[in-house]
Design a protein around this ligand. Structure first.
Ligand code: SIN
Ligand code: FE2
Length: 221
């Protein structure tokens, strides 16, 4: 398994720009960080999705989210007309969510450590699927029981423009392009910053096809 900084000095022109970009006091984009894990990650993701397929969920306000969702780990994030929450059961099957695969845990823990959050112990991985046109409105991740752990977000497939705002919904948001394999980590004083994703542009990714998949790891319980 390559170490967390193994590709920092790679000169392979086919790779995304490698390295760590600071986007907040305790927030980083780790360019291409997930690429060395991809070969192990994709079969694990496929097996999770065979058990708990993507589905479209409804917000408490009655809107159907444009991103389709699934989860793995001890807790999964869900929404319906009664509210947002974490649940140990997949509401679709009433069975526990698929376990968090080792490769996903390793990647998330390693990325968190690279962003100076040691001892990250995720128990929830939310999986979002965006087809072209799908988006995620500005929001805070605040259904978790405590905010001392960071959020680790892995981007796969089509590129996205990630909006990284402030602590108020109206604060100006940075626009950050995220590519296949990029990882964003935010925590500490930045843990509750508003964030979102602009509508995904049409396209076909050579590995992932016409979609973007995002994995967000959290300590929820
Ligand atoms: C999220 O905030 O849950 C998803 C962020 C992303 O898709 O990059
Ligand atoms: Fe979020």
């Amino acid at each position: 398994m390559p170490g967390p900084t193994a590709d920092l000095f790679a000169d392979d022109a086919l790779q995304q720009p490698a390295g760590r970009e600071q986007i907040g006091e305790q927030s980083y984009v780790l360019r291409g960080y997930a690429l060395p894990w991809i070969e192990r990650l994709l079969p694990a993701l496929r097996s999770v999705l065979a058990q708990s397929p993507f589905r479209q969920m409804v917000t408490p306000g009655g809107f159907t989210m444009s991103a389709a969702l699934s989860s793995c780990g001890a807790l999964g994030w869900t929404t319906d007309t009664t509210g947002y929450r974490y649940s140990p059961l997949d509401p679709r099957s009433q069975q526990p969510w698929p376990a968090l695969p080792d490769v996903l845990r390793e990647l998330a823990v390693s990325a968190a450590a690279d962003a100076r959050f040691s001892d990250f112990d995720p128990d929830a991985c939310l999986i979002n699927r965006y087809v072209p046109g799908a988006k995620m409105s500005l929001h805070q991740d605040k259904n978790e029981r405590c905010y001392s752990a960071p959020v680790v977000s892995v981007s796969l497939g089509l590129a996205a423009i990630f909006l990284f705002g402030g602590h108020e919904r109206g604060d100006r948001a940075q626009k950050i392009s995220l590519f296949h394999g990029d990882v964003v980590v935010w925590g500490g004083v930045d843990r509750l910053r508003f964030h979102g994703v602009m509508p995904i542009k049409e396209g076909v990714h050579p590995i992932m096809g016409p979609q973007r998949i995002n994995l967000t790891f959290r300590t929820a319980g």
